[in-house]
Design a protein around this ligand. Structure first.
Ligand code: HEM
Ligand SMILES: *[C@@H]1O[C@H](CO)[C@@H](O)[C@H](O)[C@H]1NC(C)=O
Length: 327
């Protein structure tokens, strides 16, 4: 029975079927990890927000036809990219950081390192550079020759989506509810736009929050950044997902959920949803035990990074420019 359920939900092949290995570039590009790391150091040093941008890019890559660099493709006459899909438009950045890393890699070992691998390693380094855990990254992904605009809306969860629907989207990728709660801890860094939290701050924020002086002040600040009307003007105004330590990868995101102060609906649902018995316990666990959070986050990031696009196994390539399929 369990196997049948897994088969229904599995979106594609997983790493165990495929030759992802830790030393994939050992002889062909031995400096790959150093190059990505030093470029990410520059990027995050110049602005810690860059860590969040790259981490989110990786997530949005992996949930749409696997971790295949599809999110990096620009629109052309013959290809509709994923960048302008509603959830991604105005919301994904960091592409120039990827270009810079790719240029370095192409001058060091031309035609060897895929954009999908580059992005996976860059996301790992991003997390470390803002104080998060380390994990080894299996390598050997190939880049897709296609993107899928429609799958962005189908596969990626949104800020106002219910808990059960979000869990279903993770199960579809072969990730459990526990993976989902740990991976949501990525919201310990980065920003969200008003359009994604307006419903929350004029909705049930006051119901979930304890409304002590700190959350009172926080809520009124959020409302000044993100007025209820006229709606569109402030849509792109931003606020940190973790208002306590916005640039540090720690477990304070879970503390914020315990207080009921989560910025977007989907975050607070992990703790406050009536369907969230299991997720609530996990939020409590990760709030109490930062090490348990780091361990599970690292494990789940490897799992997410191993979602493979089976097409790339047959017909993938190593792009020369991450924005375009090779000619
Ligand atoms: C569990 C379901 C998830 C939902 C519903 C969700 C939703 C969102 C939303 C609405 C934003 C704000 C985007 C904007 O306003 O422009 C955001 C930002 C972010 N998300 Fe998620 N997310 C989820 C899971 C994840 C996962 C699994 C990761 C990575 C492992 C991740 C990493 C990030 C990061 C780093 C940011 C900040 C980006 C920035 O600073 O621009 N999220 N997410
Ligand atoms: C955007 O946020 C700032 C505060 O950071 C606020 O002063 C401004 O009024 C907001 N923009 C709009 C259009 O409401």
């Amino acid at each position: 029975m369990l196997l049948i359920i897994l088969n229904i939900f599995c979106a594609g092949l997983h790493a165990s079927d495929l030759p992802l290995t830790l030393d994939y570039y050992k002889s062909t590009c031995p400096t790959v990890l150093e190059i990505v790391k030093s470029e990410m150091e520059c990027a995050v040093l110049s602005d810690p927000r860059n860590a969040a941008l790259i981490l989110r890019l990786h997530f949005h890559d992996c949930f749409v036809q696997g971790c295949d660099g599809s999110v990096l493709l620009d629109d052309t006459i013959t290809l509709q990219g994923e960048k302008k899909a509603p959830i991604n438009f105005h919301a994904l950045k960091g592409f120039r950081i990827i270009d810079r890393i790719k240029n370095k890699l192409e001058s060091e070992c031309p035609g060897i390192v895929s954009c999908a691998d580059l992005l996976t390693v860059a996301a790992r380094d991003a997390v470390i550079l803002v104080g998060g855990p380390y994990w080894d990254v299996p390598l050997g992904r190939k880049d897709s020759k296609t993107a899928n605009y429609d799958l962005v809306s189908t596969n990626l969860p949104t800020a106002n989506e219910g808990l059960l629907s979000i869990i279903t989207k993770f199960l579809y990728q072969g990730l459990s509810a526990e993976d989902m709660v740990a991976l949501s801890g990525a919201h310990t860094i980065g920003m969200a736009r008003c359009v994604n939290f307006r419903g929350r701050i004029y909705g049930d924020f006051e119901t979930t929050a304890t409304m002590n002086p700190i959350s009172e002040t926080y809520l009124s600040k959020l409302r000044s950044i993100c007025p209820a009307a006229p709606a569109t003007k402030a849509d792109n105004n931003e606020s940190a997902l973790d208002y306590v330590t916005p640039n540090l990868f720690d477990n304070s995101y879970y503390h914020i959920l315990l207080q009921g102060d989560g910025l977007i609906n989907s975050d607070q649902e992990l703790y406050s949803s009536v369907f969230g018995l299991e997720t609530k316990q996990l939020v409590q666990k990760y709030a109490e035990n930062g090490i348990a959070f780091f361990e599970k986050f690292a494990e789940s990031m490897v799992k997410m990074g191993n979602i493979i696009n089976p097409d790339t196994y047959v017909d993938g390539e190593v792009r020369k420019n991450c924005r375009f399929v090779n000619t």
